[in-house]
Design a protein around this ligand. Structure first.
Ligand SMILES: [Zn+2]
Length: 474
C-alpha cells in the first residue's frame, strides 16, 4: 500500500530585542531570576507595554514570508496553568495574527511551503528539572527561572506541505537561515532561541490527511529528523495492523529513540482565548510598516552560490551560513575569484582557526583580500600563502607583518634567486648532466633542492621558471 505523509511545523523564534516584550527587563542571559519585574512576574495590576523593537523584527520576518500583513495588532490572553506562567495566561495574538497566508521557498529545492500565520507573543519562564538543578531523590525540586518570562517570540505556523523528514529539516534550516540573514534572531536551537513542534499524519489517500499527531521536545535538526522517521514508521505500522491512531501530543525521547504519549487531544478551545484588556488594539506605525526585508528567497542565493562553480557539497553550507555567504560575497565584489575566496577564507583560514579553537571574524575577509593581491602580483604562491596564514594565526599577527618580515624584501630579488639556483646546479653536476642527456624527470629533484635552499620563501612558480631558464643555459 502507498502511504502519504503530511508534516507541518510550529516554530518559535526568539526576536533579538534588548528588552522583553511588555516590560523593560533585559533579555540578556544572567543569573536566574535577576532580569525580572512586576510585569514579567505577572503581579496583579502590573501593566504590559508592547515593545516596538519586537514589531520591527516581526514585520521584517513576516514580509520575508510573503504574507498579508494585518496592520492592527490585537493581543489576546491564552489561558492555561503551569509553573512557568505566573499570570495564568500568556499574552499572544490570536485573531488576527500579524501575518497570514504566506509562503517560504526552500533554499535547496526551491519548493514553496505555505505558511498559515506568523504572530507575536511572549515566552514563558524556564523550568529546570532534577537533571539540570543537580538535585536528586528527596532533594529534587522543579526550579523556575523567570529571566525568560516575557521574552518576545514570533510563532510561525506552516501548512502540512512537507512530505518527508529531509524536507522537514530543509524547511527548518531555511527558516533559521532567513531569520539570521535578516538579523531578527540568532535562532540557535541548542540555546532555545528557535524551537520547533511538528505535526505529522499518515494516510492511504493522497488528498486526505490522516490523524494529526504532534511531537514536542526536540532541540536539534537530527532529533527532529529521527523523531519524524520513527513516527512515520509507527503510524504506518498502526494502519497496517488496524490499531487506532489518536490525535495526541507525543514527546521525543532521545535516549530510547521513540516518541511517547504526553497528552491526548488538545484544541484551541481548551485555552479560552479572550481579548487582552490591558492592551487595546492599536495600528502599527508607518515607521514599522515600511520596514522591508533584505532577503526573502534563499533559493535565489542557492542558485547564485552554485554558479560560483565550487565544490557542490559546500553550496548548502554557505547558503545556510549568512555570515559566511555575506563575507564571500563581499570578497567577490572586491574582485577575488569565488574559488579562491572559498578555498582561502573557508577552507584555509576558517579551518586553521577552528584547529586552535578560534572563530572567524570580520578581519579575516581583509586577510583573504591581502593574500589574493600578493598572489595576483606574483609575489607569493599558494603554498607560501598558506604558510603566512598559519603563522599569522599561531602567532596572533597580521599576514602583512608576517609577509614583510619573512617573505619579502632583500634576498629574494630575481638576481639572487638565479644565483642560488646556479649554486644548486653547481653542486649537482651529475644530475644536471642527466637532464641534459634527456632525462627530464630529474627536474623535480633539482626543483626540490632549490626550494629547500630558499626555505620556502620564493614562490614555486618563480623557481620553476628560472630553474628552467638556467638549465637551458648550462
Ligand atoms: Zn520585566
Amino acid at each position: 500500500m502507498k502511504y502519504y505523509v503530511h508534516i507541518g511545523f510550529e516554530v518559535h523564534i526568539r526576536l533579538d530585542t534588548k528588552t522583553k516584550m511588555f516590560c523593560s527587563c533585559s533579555t540578556e542571559e544572567g543569573e536566574p531570576n535577576t532580569h525580572i519585574c512586576p510585569v514579567c512576574l505577572g503581579y496583579p495590576g502590573a501593566l504590559p507595554v508592547p515593545n516596538k523593537e519586537a514589531f520591527k523584527y516581526a514585520i521584517k520576518m513576516a514580509k520575508a514570508l510573503n504574507g498579508k500583513i494585518n496592520e492592527t495588532v490585537v493581543f489576546a490572553r491564552k489561558n492555561y496553568f503551569y509553573p512557568d506562567l505566573p499570570k495564568g495566561y500568556q499574552i499572544t495574538q490570536h485573531e488576527p495574527p500579524l501575518m497570514e497566508d504566506g509562503y517560504l521557498v526552500l533554499a535547496e529545492s526551491g519548493k514553496k511551503i505555505r505558511i498559515i500565520r506568523l504572530h507575536v507573543e511572549e515566552d514563558a519562564a524556564k523550568t529546570l528539572y532534577d537533571s539540570e538543578t543537580g538535585r536528586q531523590g528527596e532533594n529534587a525540586f522543579l526550579m523556575v527561572d523567570y529571566n525568560r518570562s516575557g521574552v518576545p517570540l514570533a510563532e510561525i505556523v506552516s501548512y502540512p506541505d512537507i512530505h518527508d523528514p529531509d524536507e522537514g529539516v530543509e524547511y527548518l534550516k531555511t527558516l533559521q537561515a532567513l531569520a539570521r540573514y535578516l538579523g531578527v534572531s540568532k535562532a540557535n536551537m541548542e540555546k532555545g532561541e528557535m524551537r520547533a513542534d511538528v505535526n505529522i499524519s499518515v494516510s492511504t489517500e493522497p488528498d486526505r490527511l490522516g490523524t494529526k499527531v504532534e511531537i514536542k521536545n526536540m532541540n536539534s535538526f537530527k532529533a527532529i529528523h529521527d523523531a519524524l522517521e520513527y513516527e512515520i514508521q509507527r503510524q504506518i505500522k498502526a494502519i497496517e495492523t488496524g490499531e487506532p491512531i489518536y490525535q495526541e501530543t507525543r514527546m521525543w525521547d532521545e535516549s530510547t529513540g521513540k516518541t511517547l504519549v504526553m497528552r491526548r487531544k488538545e484544541t484551541s478551545d481548551d485555552y479560552r482565548y479572550f481579548p487582552e484588556p490591558d492592551i487595546p488594539p492599536f495600528k502599527l506605525s508607518k515607521e514599522v510598516l515600511e520596514i522591508e526585508p533584505e532577503y526573502t528567497n534563499l533559493h535565489d542565493l542557492y542558485k547564485e552560490v552554485k554558479s560560483w562553480n565550487i565544490d557542490e557539497k559546500k553550496v548548502g553550507f554557505i547558503v545556510y551560513s549568512p555570515d559566511i555567504y555575506k563575507a564571500l560575497k563581499y570578497m567577490i565584489q572586491k574582485g577575488v575569484s569565488p574559488k579562491f575566496a572559498v578555498s582561502m577564507y573557508l577552507d584555509e583560514i576558517k579551518g586553521q582557526l577552528e584547529k586552535v579553537g578560534q572563530q572567524i571574524e570580520e578581519k579575516h575577509k581583509d586577510w583573504t583580500l591581502y593574500i589574493y593581491k600578493l598572489i595576483e602580483e606574483g609575489k607569493i604562491d599558494n603554498s607560501i600563502a598558506k604558510k603566512i596564514i598559519r603563522k599569522a594565526i599561531t602567532h596572533s599577527k597580521e599576514p602583512k607583518d608576517i609577509y614583510e618580515a619573512e617573505f619579502s624584501g632583500p634576498g629574494v630579488s630575481e638576481d639572487d634567486i638565479r644565483k642560488t639556483i646556479k649554486g644548486v646546479l653547481a653542486q649537482n653536476p651529475d644530475i644536471v648532466k642527466k637532464y641534459k642527456d634527456g632525462k627530464k624527470s630529474v627536474f623535480g629533484f633539482l626543483m626540490g633542492q632549490c626550494m629547500k635552499a630558499f626555505g620556502g620563501k620564493v614562490p614555486a612558480a618563480t623557481v620553476k621558471k628560472l630553474l628552467g631558464e638556467e638549465l637551458e643555459r648550462v
